[in-house]
Ligand binder design. Structure first.
Ligand SMILES: [Zn+2]
Length: 404
C-alpha cells in the first residue's frame, strides 16, 4: 500500500466506498459517459468518500481508459477498479492505474459445482490473482470478496480469507450479494461478521473488513450498520443506492447516520450531496423518489396542520435528522391539510402582511381546494391566489360562498 493509498483508507474510523460508477452502472439502462464520471468523482471527492470504485476495466476500453484518467486526476479519494479472479482481469485492473483493486470470486458449493471447480482450486486461483496484483503493483490496495459470502459455508469463507490475506489482500469484503440478511434474526449480519472475525482472530489474522449489502429486503443500510457494530470498518454505498436489482446502501442515508448518530466516525461535506444527487439522477435517468430519506423532496417537509404547527415552534418535534448540514431546511407544505398557522407562516415567507381575516379564510379555502385535487400550492402560486382573491369582487362565487 502506498502512503497516499493508506492515507485514503485510514483517514476516518469508518471508510466509505462509493460504487456508483461500478455497481451503479449495473442498474438497468444506467451508463455514464467518461466526462460525467469525472464530474461525479469531483463531487464524491469533495464530499469526502475514501474509495471511488470506478468500473470493471475488462468490460470496455473506454472504462479502462476512464479509470486511468480518474486515477491520474489527483483526487484525495483512492480510485478503484473491479476484477474477477482471472489473470487478464487482474492485469487490466493493475494497468488501469487504479490505486485499489477489488478481486471477487464466488465460493458457494452450488456455484463451484456449476463451474466444475473444487474449493482448493478456486482458492488457488484467488491467491494467484491477489499475488499477481501485489507483485505488479506493490502499493495497490487489494480487497478480496468471496461473492455471496454470507450464504457460503463460514468455514470456506474463513479459509478463503486466510489464503487471501496470506497472498497479500489488505481487505476482506463480506458480501450480502442477494440482500438475504435480516437484523435480529437467524441471518443477522452482526452475528455473521462477529463469528467471522473471531475465527480469523483465532488464526492470528486481522484483516480490515468491508461490507457490501444489497437491498433486496430493504435492509441494506440496517445490515451494513450491523456489520459496522460487529467490527467492519469499510461500507459500500452508491448514490440513490443504484445497483443490481434493488441496489445497495444509499450514500446519503449512510452519511446521515454516520454523521448524526455515530459521532467520531468521520466528517463529510454533506452540503454537496444535493448537487451530487441531482447530477446522478439526471445522467442515470433515475428520479429521486419524493419520499426518499434525506435527498427526497419531501424528506424535511411538514404537511398535516398539527405537524406544521409543532414544527414551526421547533422542527425537532417532527424531525430526528437535522437538515441544515445538508444545506436543506424544513419546508411547510400547503395543501388540503394546511391550517391557518402554516398559511400565516407561508405569507411571512413571501413577505405578505396585513391580510384581514376574511381574505385569509378565502385564501385558505383556495389552498385546501387545490390540495383536494391532489396538488401542492407553491409559494409562487400562493401569491397568485392572494392577488386574485384581493381583486375578486364580492359578487363572484368564491366571495359569495364565503360571505353567505
Ligand atoms: Zn453488488
Amino acid at each position: 500500500m502506498t502512503d497516499m493509498n493508506a492515507a485514503a483508507l485510514n483517514r476516518g474510523k469508518v471508510a466509505v466506498l462509493d460504487a456508483t460508477l461500478r455497481e451503479g452502472e449495473q442498474a438497468p439502462g444506467v451508463c455514464f459517459a467518461p466526462h460525467v464520471k469525472m464530474a461525479i468523482c469531483e463531487l464524491l471527492d469533495e464530499i469526502g468518500v475514501d474509495i471511488i470504485e470506478a468500473g470493471h476495466p475488462v468490460v470496455s476500453d473506454e472504462i479502462r481508459r476512464g479509470i486511468g484518467v480518474l486515477a491520474r486526476r489527483g483526487f484525495r479519494a483512492c480510485i478503484g477498479a473491479h476484477a474477477r479472479a482471472l489473470r487478464h482481469d487482474v492485469e487490466a485492473g493493475v494497468d488501469s492505474g487504479a490505486g485499489f483493486l477489488g478481486i471477487f470470486l464466488c465460493l458457494s458449493p452450488e456455484r463451484l459445482r456449476d463451474r466444475g471447480v473444487t474449493l482448493p482450486a478456486a482458492l488457488e486461483c484467488a491467491a494467484e490473482s491477489i499475488a499477481l496484483a501485489k507483485e505488479r503493483q506493490p502499493g495497490l490496495i487489494v480487497r478480496f470478496t468471496p461473492e455471496d459470502g454470507v450464504r457460503s459455508p463460514l468455514a470456506d469463507v474463513v479459509e478463503a480469507a486466510r489464503v487471501a490475506v496470506g497472498a497479500g489482500a489488505d481487505i476482506i469484503s463480506v458480501a450480502d450479494t442477494t440482500g438475504s440478511m435480516v437484523p435480529g434474526g437467524d441471518r443477522s449480519l452482526y452475528d455473521w461478521v462477529s463469528r467471522f472475525r473471531e475465527r480469523l482472530a483465532g488464526q492470528g489474522s486481522f484483516p480490515r473488513i468491508a461490507v457490501h449489502c444489497h437491498n433486496d429486503r430493504g435492509l441494506a443500510l440496517a445490515n451494513a450498520l450491523d456489520a459496522l457494530r460487529a467490527g467492519a470498518s469499510i461500507i459500500d454505498a452508491s448514490v440513490l443506492g443504484l445497483g443490481e436489482r434493488a441496489g445497495i446502501v444509499d450514500l446519503a442515508s449512510l452519511l446521515a447516520v454516520l454523521s448524526q448518530d455515530l459521532p467520531g466516525s468521520g466528517s463529510w461535506r454533506l452540503d454537496k450531496l444535493a448537487e451530487l444527487y441531482r447530477l446522478v439522477s439526471h445522467y442515470s435517468g433515475v428520479d429521486v423518489p419524493v419520499h426518499f430519506p434525506v435527498m427526497g423532496r419531501n424528506a424535511f417537509s411538514h404537511c398535516a396542520g398539527v405537524h406544521s404547527q409543532a414544527a414551526l415552534r421547533d422542527p425537532r418535534h417532527y424531525q430526528s435528522l437535522d437538515p441544515r448540514p445538508f444545506g436543506l431546511r424544513p419546508e411547510l407544505i400547503l395543501d388540503h391539510m394546511t391550517g391557518r398557522t402554516a398559511l400565516q407562516h407561508a405569507l411571512e415567507r413571501i413577505g405578505v402582511s396585513g391580510i384581514d381575516g376574511e381574505l385569509l379564510s378565502l385564501v385558505l379555502e383556495r389552498v385546501k381546494e387545490t390540495g383536494q385535487k391532489g396538488r401542492v400550492v407553491t409559494l409562487e402560486e400562493l401569491r397568485w391566489i392572494i392577488d386574485y382573491e384581493k381583486r375578486s369582487p364580492p359578487g363572484l362565487p368564491a366571495r359569495m360562498t364565503r360571505t353567505a
